[in-house]
Design a protein around this ligand. Sequence first.
Ligand code: ADP
Ligand code: MG
Length: 320
Amino acid sequence: MNLTELGGEFAFIQRIARKPKSAEVIAGIGDDCAVVRIDEHTLHLYTVDMLVEGDHFSRAYFTPYDVGVKCMESNVSDIAAMGGQVLYGLISIAFPDDISIDFLDELYRGMYEVADRYEFDIIGGDTTHAERMVVCITLVGKTSPSRLKLRSMAEPGDLIAVSGPLGGAAAGLRLLQEGIAGYTEVKRYHTTPRCSMNQLDRIVPIAKAMEDVSDGLASEVRNICMASGVGARLTRENIPLCEGICETAVLLRDDPYDYALFGGEDFKLVYTVTPDHYNRIVGSVVGEITAGTDIVLDKEKLTRFGYDHFAPNRINGGVP
Ligand code: ADP
Ligand code: MG
């Protein structure tokens, strides 16, 4: 049996996950970051993400600076999803012989720019050789018990909000895959995303469950529902779409809402709030948490979810 037959990335992670033995581990495998208690007021957050050339980025249409920005923003997004701030980063890179020093300088320019934006230091890493370029970033972050947001904190009656427009990254990828000229702004959603860390101080006081949108809104809502033991109802027309992606969808005969629901890599936050916080919501309300386990889009039960590197029917198909 291979990973596709097993049911993809999600099924694999469920298969290998174990309950942590240490009482200090508040969340292990299964959330955006692992959470470890340091003292009564301090929790540390740990996240690692790997970007592989050909799967996550292509040198054909990513500048090395873009690769650096995207790797870093996507990792910072996981720390934001826990209600945290970044403390330190460690960078591991593997690259083939044909990578130039200029390429690596530009890669690090992108990574340092993001580290400066969120005010943390890069304090270590590893360098080695590979046939295809791989960038693997580990971030250590910090939060407090009162700011911590877990996927398991949603309850029936909560509203589901997203911190910003979605679908841009998938629309940009489609344009790049199809080799279509122009549409620079839409392509940029894919190559140089910006996470929602800067909105966190307004979101943390009202959010209950939270997650970042790395695999598509449908997938993230499913994760929150599974972790919280609840269902959800989403309203398609309330999903905010990134500017310019409707034109892309018309051109490529796609549904722009599919970009938002099943595309991923938008790195916005999806979070739940009690209805009494409606006026303080940052972004848009896209649905509500329900009792039961079904995830319903308008009136239809959802049966497909977001991007999965090993799923038999991935909608984006990765970067060629
Ligand atoms: P995200 O999209 O938020 O980065 P992932 O989907 O990559 O999260 O991972 C989901 C959870 O599974 C996380 O808690 C992550 O740490 C864990 N995980 C992913 N791959 C592995 C692995 N190979 N071994 C152990 N834990 C893993
Ligand atoms: Mg995440």
